[in-house]
Design a protein around this ligand. Sequence first.
Ligand code: SAM
Length: 198
Amino acid sequence: MNYDELLAFFKKLDRSAFIDNEYKPYSGVDEALPIGYGQTISQPSLVVEMTRLLGPEKDSRVLEIGTGSGYQTALLAEFSGQVFTVERIQELSVKAQDRLEEMGYKNIVFKVGDGSEGWEENAPYDRIMVTAAASELPQELIDQLKPGGRMVIPVGPPDMQELVLVTKDMKDEVDSEVIEHVRFVELHGKYGWREPNF
Ligand code: SAM
């Protein structure tokens, strides 16, 4: 992925198209904003940084956990071959699907369910992007990463987490690097903080 192309796309992507509530006028602010159901659209500068760290390629198969508004999904779809995105809240998934189809993306597959378990049927993935905070690195997701793959995931308690870049080499050896401190909503589910309440 070319960073200049990522930045150019990021600048022209209209974030307000992903917000349909009273926070729409604040879409230009570099902050996470509420999107309903206790969830947020991610902070723009963090979305672009996480995409840079993930480094998808044109033919990458990418798993995203936490579709949310679909804002991060748009960047992934623009710079990858195929995106598989999982969201536990049906209403958010449906809205994101409508938006991204309207924008013309045909390389995204949506699922409503517990993404802490990954999406076994379509594994393995070249890249995995997690946009909710896990209590620990989920082994299920590491197992669904291809040799040579990368995962970006916030790990830690609800008030503050470490953003971790996980890499798997061609011999299946896994390495993890803490990049910075971040604050995301919780990853729920079997391998998250709580059991899902679908
Ligand atoms: N990147 C998204 C955006 O910019 O709109 C924001 C994602 S929001 C910070 C995190 C999302 O993860 C929420 O929509 C939440 O419902 C979802 N989530 C939490 N636990 C999940 C799970 N186990 N499986 C799938 N989605 C989950």
